[in-house]
Design a protein around this ligand. Structure first.
Ligand SMILES: [Zn+2]
Length: 336
């Protein structure tokens, strides 16, 4: 995907104000962006998630993957759903000292308020926004759907845009408990922005996330992600990103097969240096890499060799090389 088009999608989605349980603007923007995409059907489920289905040109083959990202971001919300001016609570993980010190720096959007920061800026190879987490994930899914739709590619897949992740995976848990994903035998790939922590480095490529703060994901899915990257010549980092828990953990708890991808995030949940609330930021190159990797993954949904079989074969071949040493076993060495 051309950088300009990706940034256009980014600008459109990042301009939408959002908060947990107030994802209406993002939802509407995603629907609008996907409207011209042929072979893409979009519906809203009972939990407020948006489910986009790309029907590949071989429509009878079932979807193997669902790319997943959440539409909300930590924000101030009116507890009674009326105007934010009267009373507000903060939903999402931001330390109390940051909330206390920056209380006045907000912008109201009816029943909720976000930090008063720019919605979208692109400079020095980075995207800055009040809400990279996880609108960047939503942008990548839209770009992937658009790309496959343009190509008329064969593989079917789902794009899941979930609700209220920041308060305990509300949309993801609703969907997981419905049993639909497990029943369809769909593998969920959680797309996230995750606090930059060593050894991951911003700008060094998208991250194949082997796990998060609370659990590790399916190692075969992780291997599939690595081989997709290798096939397409995309440089990736393979890391456990422990800065937070992502939706793969939530889905996994309900028996859904999961893997995860992310890009490194600066100023996680808007927490900048010196207790200042700041824009979050990601590397534009990492986001492009993540999009290319998602396109590669869903474009070739089957025909992937079993990664465990390949590894077993490689180890056994190697063992054969050393067989003669084994045969010459000299027993207990003599004392000098
Ligand atoms: Zn997130």
């Amino acid at each position: 995907m051309h950088k300009e088009r990706l940034l256009e999608i980014a600008r459109t989605i990042l301009s939408c104000p959002t908060a947990p349980f107030h994802e209406g603007a993002v939802r509407a923007a995603v629907v609008e962006l996907l409207r011209p995409c042929r072979r893409v059907e979009v519906k809203q489920d009972d939990f407020g998630n948006l489910i986009a289905h790309y029907l590949g040109t071989d429509a009878e083959s079932p979807a193997r993957y669902a790319l997943c990202a959440h539409m909300d971001h930590p924000a101030w919300v009116s507890p009674d759903g009326k105007n934010i001016a009267s009373e507000r609570v903060f939903l999402g993980g931001v330390p109390a000292n940051y909330l206390e010190k920056n209380r006045g720096r907000t912008r109201d959007f009816g029943p909720f308020a976000m930090w008063d920061l720019p919605a979208f800026e692109e400079r020095d190879g980075r995207i800055y926004s009040r809400a990279c987490d996880d609108l960047i994930g939503c942008i990548v899914i839209v770009a992937t759907l658009e790309r496959l739709s343009e190509e008329g590619a064969p593989g079917s897949f789902y794009g899941l845009f979930t609700r209220a992740e920041e308060v305990g995976f509300a949309g993801a848990v609703g969907l997981a408990r419905s049993g639909w994903l497990a029943q369809e035998n769909v593998t969920v790939i959680s797309l996230e922005t995750s606090s930059e922590r060593l050894p991951a480095k911003m700008g060094d490529g998208p991250i194949v996330r082997v796990g998060d703060k609370t659990s590790v994901f399916d190692h075969v899915v992780t291997a599939e992600l690595m081989s997709a990257a290798e096939r397409a010549g995309i440089t990736v980092q393979r890391c456990l990103m422990s800065g937070g828990s992502c939706e793969a953990t939530a889905f996994r708890l309900y028996g859904v097969r999961c893997g995860a991808l992310c890009v490194a995030l600066g100023n996680y949940h808007n927490c900048g240096p010196d207790e200042r609330i700041e824009s979050e930021y990601v590397s534009t190159g990492d986001v492009r890499g993540l999009t290319a990797l998602c396109v590669e993954l869903v474009r070739h949904p089957d025909g992937l060799p079993d990664p465990d079989e390949i590894l077993r074969h490689r180890i056994e071949e190697r063992l054969l090389q050393y067989q003669s040493y084994h045969d010459r076993d000299s027993g207990i060495p003599p004392n000098e």
